[in-house]
Design a protein. Structure first.
Length: 211
């Protein structure tokens, strides 16, 4: 299926359930091989499907069957906004964002920009990409301050994630929480993958529950 953006379309794969909330799952950095068929991305979508949610995975602009030109993260958050709009147009009453690494960062930027998302689950959030640039940090804080349910989950040995920064963000925001996997790094597989998927599916199901 195709997701319209601005003058081009993205390739995606959807699993739709009538009347169900949806999870839009965003993949890692394209420069390091990130695509919608990344094993953890596929597993996250499968776990959300098993929890009764509709799901949507897609390739960011300029990758494989997606049109447009990759921008290295400058504009890819607009792809997330478009994916959320597509899921809503299919009838999803609420949409949660689920992102792994770069995908979590783009999901957060989309939320900061006003994406119609009910929650965000950020796996292995790459804070080191932000550095100390005030404008980049401010975007994430703006996303957090939209007061949507928010889950950070990842390892305390992740070289791309500053645990103390996550703790500081969450400490002042009761709608956000941080779940730490002791001794785990940025790349999650096997039992770690299953653990993360279970946490994300549980969070996403609860955060998108429609009375």
């Amino acid at each position: 299926m195709r997701i319209p953006v601005d003058g081009f379309t993205l390739e995606g794969e959807a699993h739709l359930v009538d009347g169900a909330a949806a999870a839009v799952v965003c993949h890692p950095h394209p420069a390091f091989g990130g695509r919608m068929d990344n094993p953890l991305v596929v597993a996250l979508a499968a776990a959300c499907q098993a929890a009764g949610l509709s799901t949507l995975r897609f390739n960011f602009r300029g990758l494989d069957g997606s049109e447009g030109t990759a921008t290295g993260g400058l504009e890819e958050h607009q792809d997330v906004v478009a994916a959320v709009a597509w899921a809503r147009a299919q009838g999803a009453p609420r949409v949660a964002l689920v992102g792994y690494s770069f995908g979590a960062l783009m999901a957060a930027r989309a939320l900061a920009g006003g994406a119609d998302a009910a929650a965000l689950a950020a796996v292995a959030f790459p804070t080191t990409i932000l550095g100390d640039a005030p404008d980049r940090v401010a975007v994430i804080e703006r996303a957090l301050d939209r007061r949507r349910p928010w889950l950070f989950v990842g390892g305390d040995a992740d070289q791309f994630c500053e645990i103390d920064r996550l703790r500081a963000w969450v400490a002042a925001r009761p709608w956000a929480r941080h779940e730490v996997l002791p001794g785990r790094g940025h790349f999650l597989a096997g039992s770690d993958e299953a653990d993360v998927c279970a946490r994300v599916a549980h969070f996403t199901r609860e955060a998108t529950c429609v009375p």
